[in-house]
Design a protein around this ligand. Structure first.
Ligand code: PLP
Length: 282
């Protein structure tokens, strides 16, 4: 693979980041994952906007401007001949002598690489995924997309250990989100319920697009926290993320959701997300 590091295009074996990088030592870094289909970027504007916001919240100056950022995304697709997959981008505060306080004149580190992946033809779409619920033990600023991903990683490992595909995280009896995706349910009345945008969850780009499409299609949307009990009683459940788009959730803690099959609202939203975002890909 050809990766991008601080203005240079290099084979991955030649790419280097300092051992003093604060991304490595303090998880002092933010990231974005953007899907690529047919060599084009899906929902790029949303990811670029959220990156800017995450950097702003942490006071990290972007090492590239908006035009450069888009150019780098396009070049990494072309240089790796990426048809379908993901682009990972990370910006850290950069290297500094190890200290809890931020360096005075940081030089942020920017890294991008690609991961080929069958995003559309995901076999899990047919069956849906199973999730187990686990306590949400992440920090309280989940609206910032930081690389502090140890707990989500542990939660996903625990889900695997329990023969499930993913974890839904629970705080005070309410579902926050999945380990790396937003969580949604559809009630028996056909209402889509999804947690509102606070610092308790990441403000998903796919979530925002899917809610727009749902509203446009006349699906009633309620943005509020829902309980684990409501999720258990739901007719349908699904997750959204750049890497899974809209993915049905058909089991929660071993119990089937609705009839245990991907639901009609979920399937319609997946199809409409794919159609709409492919048409708008750049
Ligand atoms: N929530 C969390 C915790 C995530 O890590 C992610 C994506 O990585 C999402 C939600 C979904 O966000 P997006 O749709 O922007 O990929």
């Amino acid at each position: 693979r050809i990766v991008y590091v601080n203005g240079e295009w290099l084979p991955e074996s030649e790419a280097k980041v300092s051992v003093f990088d604060r991304g490595f030592l303090f998880a002092d870094a933010v990231y974005e994952v953007t899907a690529v289909i047919g060599g084009k970027l899906i929902d790029y504007a949303g990811h670029a906007a959220r990156l800017k916001r995450s950097l702003g919240e942490l006071g990290i100056a972007s090492p590239v401007d908006a035009d450069q950022l888009l150019d780098i995304h396009r070049q990494i697709v072309a240089r790796n001949n990426l048809g379908e997959g993901l682009i990972y981008l990370q910006i850290s505060r950069g290297p500094a002598d190890r200290d809890f306080t931020f360096p005075k004149n940081p030089a942020p580190t920017i890294v991008l690489f690609t991961q080929p992946k069958a995003v559309l033809a995901n076999p899990k779409v047919e069956t849906g995924i199973s999730v187990v619920t686990l306590p949400d033990q992440r920090w309280a600023r989940r609206d910032i997309k930081t690389v502090q991903l140890l707990y989500p990683s542990m939660a996903k490992m625990e889900a695997m250990r329990q023969n499930a595909d993913d974890a839904w995280l629970v705080e005070d009896g309410f579902i926050t989100e999945a380990s790396s995706a937003n969580a949604h349910i559809v009630t028996a009345e056909g209402k889509l319920i999804t947690r509102s945008l606070t610092s308790a969850i990441l403000h998903g780009i796919t979530r925002a697009s899917v809610l727009d499409l749902a509203r446009g299609a006349g699906v009633p949307v309620e943005e509020r926290a829902f309980t684990l009990e409501e999720a258990r009683q739901a007719a349908e459940a699904f997750i959204t993320s750049a890497s899974s788009f809209v993915m049905p959730v058909t089991r929660i803690d071993g119990e089937p959701v609705g009839n245990g099959k991907p639901g009609p609202v979920t399937q319609r939203l997946r199809a409409s997300y794919i159609e709409n975002r492919l048409a708008g890909a750049i």
